[in-house]
Write a protein that binds this ligand. Structure first.
Ligand code: TPP
Ligand code: MG
Length: 745
């Protein structure tokens, strides 16, 4: 592997030995550095300084690791040409960057007064609690003042979000919603050559092309920093150009990313195209990778010495020094002196960074994870809904119509969405089939007609992109309400919730937030439309995501009120909410007997006490003293029906609807459990990883000592047809368990 010392020596020798011009280097910095280029001398000097800083930061990170005070060694060495990309952009253009973006970061930081990129990066390496963006939670390139949104280590996972930012900038301006980015912003997203073949990248780039192909503005600049390898696996030569060179709707430009002049000119042209035409472009930069994949990488095991030597001959820092010397802006000695001055400054900063303050407690680590202000959320719900009464728009009229009679769950959600679209000017509802068709189950019917295609729209069939539009939209000031057609289809895009949405505030100390309410139709018991994929109940994949709010309404009135709460929490706290809608109950009208209308409810008018359901508060039914049935979703309807049969047998049951699967309503749960001393958990999801495990653990943790039993569905996928009934929890099983619980205790 090319060692830091070897790289250092090579630069000094190569730059110091450049063929100098006679006399002092006193060229006009305002003049182009080459006759055929737009790059002027002052900009090239700034690019050089950023590249030098980035290189020295890489050396410093390894030195800090050896001192026992550095925790991150993935370097930018060989990729420093991205400083020229930053120079071609505006500092307010939102950027979501590859992890080798030291050059970009330093260059942009120098465009904004008061920011020291050296300190930023080194305090990140040291995992310092005082670090500017993630507060020591990860080493990321990010900073709000620089419009750099931190990205995670999951390669390519930021590209759907980048598409969302690009789409969001124009939409926010159109809707008159305040946004941190200017309306003519170019969103830039960079990634490696191996990452370009990741399905997330391929999907996001395809979504950008698909959108642009329809003439919709997509001001997105995609930058592939191609060093020809992903850890140890070479990318086939020519693959990136062959894959992305001829995509419909995508401008493709290529340049030698080691040559600062070529990079700057190509980047300037790409930025011009994207900004002027509002069309996506793909800038393909050929770069090299020094210092291995990361500090621990034994590169010699998979790369030949000849390979490594040919990379060294392309060192972008030497190329920039040569361009400066060639243009008469520096002498070779001045280039080396500049390098040494930066090295000394960075080394001093690294020494200081070693005494950084680490995050010291779980509370400190978790503070920005998912802030919650329940009083402010409540105020917002009540003020928001009250404020819209009688306002312009049609929601008021629709609410009046709804007040004429009780509604189903589907109608309640539809009415609430309409009301909330009226309340929040930045709210957008989108997904597969939500627009013209109004949703597979009619839940979004009529909304596009009322609120227009800018706020209620169909997307392409790609859940990662749908969530990416939400992630980026939230960052741009919108209030996204994406729909995932079925719970089974959330799983193929789960990282966009887990790795991206839920971590945004955590890795940015709340400087960036992506509020969203992802509506997901889910659970089983569908009549006539069976099989696993339409009857998925795998909520475990969501319940373990830190900070995520999971709403699970079962009744029409709760559905409307809880949706209001989720939107308010998203707006107030930047909360990421998953709103699980029980498909089987969408159109259910009756509870006990045909025609009783027991599952209908009046649309909860506002302002009224029941207009809002605080996050983490359960709802209870009945006042039995023999046992407490704890349930949610379809389980609520089954439990209420069983409770009536139990009453006929002289057994008094209370039924508790959790309503929120995360955070669980632990206090309500304990209180209701203690009222009877016996608990039966009625969980329609799986036995393993389902909700019952969390409920029992919460009761045990709180010291509940009475008998607890649980009934669940099987640890199976749901089969097609009547066979579904043999794996799903049913009423006889619930009733038997309730009776058994009383007999054994
Ligand atoms: C989704 C995902 N899978 C695997 C990894 C582990 N990983 C980190 S970097 C990397 C290679 C990326 O190569 P490339 O995109 O070419 O970027 P480079 O490091 O060469 O700049 C891999 C496999 C990851 N971070 N994310
Ligand atoms: Mg690579």
């Amino acid at each position: 592997m090319t060692a830091p010392a070897e790289l250092d020596r090579h630069f000094r020798e190569a730059a110091g030995g450049l063929p100098g011009r006679p006399g002092p280097a006193d060229a006009d910095p305002a003049a182009p550095v080459r006759a055929d280029s737009q790059l002027d001398g002052a900009t090239l000097l700034a690019i050089f300084d950023a590249q030098l800083e980035s290189r020295q930061l890489d050396f410093a990170a390894r030195w800090m690791q050896r001192q026992g005070g550095g925790y991150y060694t993935i370097s930018s060495a060989g990729h420093e040409g991205n400083a020229a990309l930053a120079a071609a952009l505006r500092p307010a253009d939102p950027a979501l960057l590859h992890y080798r973006s030291g050059g970009f970061y330093c260059a942009r930081a120098h465009q904004v007064p008061g920011i020291d990129p050296v300190q930023d990066v080194l305090s990140g390496v040291a995992a310092s609690a005082d670090e500017a963006i993630a507060g020591g939670r990860h080493k990321v390139f990010g900073r709000a003042e620089l419009a750099i949104v931190p990205t995670t280590s999951t390669i390519a996972s930021h590209l759907p979000r980048a598409l969302g930012v690009a789409l969001g900038t124009g939409r926010a301006a159109k809707l008159g919603v305040a946004s941190p980015w200017p309306r003519d912003a170019v969103t830039v997203a960079s990634f490696g050559d191996a990452s370009a073949s990741h399905s997330t990248a391929v999907g996001a780039i395809n979504a950008a092309c698909h959108t642009a192909f329809q003439g919709i503005p997509v001001p997105l600049l995609l930058v592939c920093e191609d060093n020809g390898i992903g850890i140890s696996v070479p990318t086939p030569a020519g693959w990136v150009a062959a894959s992305f060179g001829t995509r419909p709707g995508l401008h493709y430009l290529a340049a030698d990313g080691c040559d600062p002049v070529a990079t700057y000119d190509a980047a300037t042209e790409a930025v011009r195209l994207v900004r002027a035409r509002r069309q996506p472009a793909f800038l393909h930069l050929s770069v090299v990778r020094f210092l291995g994949h990361a500090g621990s990488d034994a590169e010699a095991a998979y790369r030949s010495p000849a390979d490594l030597a040919s990379d060294l001959a392309r060192d972008p820092l030497v190329a920039t020094a040569a361009a400066l010397v060639g243009a008469g802006l520096l002498t070779p000695d001045e280039a080396v002196a500049r390098y040494e001055a930066v090295a000394a400054r960075v080394r001093g900063a690294a020494e200081r960074a070693l005494s950084s303050r680490p995050l010291a407690s779980a509370a400190e680590v978790m503070a920005p994870l998912a802030p919650r202000h329940p009083e402010r959320v409540a105020q917002r719900v009540l003020a928001g809904t009250a404020g819209t009464a009688g306002t312009a728009g049609t929601a008021g009229a629709d609410r009046a119509a709804a007040a004429d009679g009780p509604v189903t769950v589907a109608q309640a959600v539809n009415l609430a969405l309409g009301e909330l679209l009226d309340t929040y000017p930045g709210m957008c509802v989108f997904g597969e089939d939500v627009g013209r068709k109004g949703g597979v189950y009619g839940v979004t019917k009529g909304l596009q007609r009322r609120f227009g295609g800018a706020r209620v729209f169909d997307t392409l069939l790609d859940e990662q992109s749908i969530l990416g539009v939400a992630l980026g939209g939230g960052l741009t000031g919108l209030l996204p309400v994406p729909e995932i057609q079925y719970l089974a289809y959330l799983h193929n895009a789960a990282d966009q919730i887990r790795g991206e949405a839920a971590t945004q505030q955590f890795f940015s100390c709340g400087q960036f937030r992506n509020p969203m309410v992802a509506r997901v139709a889910g659970y089983a018991y569908q009549k006539g439309f069976g099989g696993h994929f339409h009857n998925d109940n795998a909520v475990g994949a969501l319940r373990d995501i830190p900070g995520l709010v999971i709403a699970s309404p079962a009744r029409p009135d709760d559905a409307a009120a809880m949706l209001r709460t989720c939107l308010a929490a998203a707006a107030e706290d930047g909360s990421v909410c998953v709103f699980l809608e029980p498909i089987a109950l969408y159109h259910t009208r009756d509870l006990y007997d045909d025609g009783d209308g027991g599952w209908l409810a009046d649309y909860p008018a506002s302002p009224a006490a029941d207009a809002h359901v605080p996050i983490g508060r359960a709802r209870s039914y009945g006042d039995g003293t023999d046992l407490t049935m704890v349930t949610f979703g379809n389980g609520l309807r089954m439990s209420l029906r069983v409770a009536r049969r139990l009453a006929a047998r002289g057994i008094g049951a209370r039924v508790v609807d959790l309503r929120w699967l995360a955070p669980l309503p632990a206090d309500d749960l304990l209180r209701e459990a203690r009222l009877t001393g016996r608990v039966l958990v009625v969980d329609e999801t799986r036995r393993t990883g389902g909700v019952s495990e969390g409920v029992i653990a919460a009761l045990t943790d709180a010291g509940f000592s009475g008998p607890i039993r649980r009934v669940t569905s099987e640890d199976s996928f749901v089969p097609l047809g009547p066979a579904a009934n043999v794996v799903l929890l049913d009423e006889p099983t619930i009733e038997k368990a309730a009776v058994g619980l009383l007999q054994t205790s």
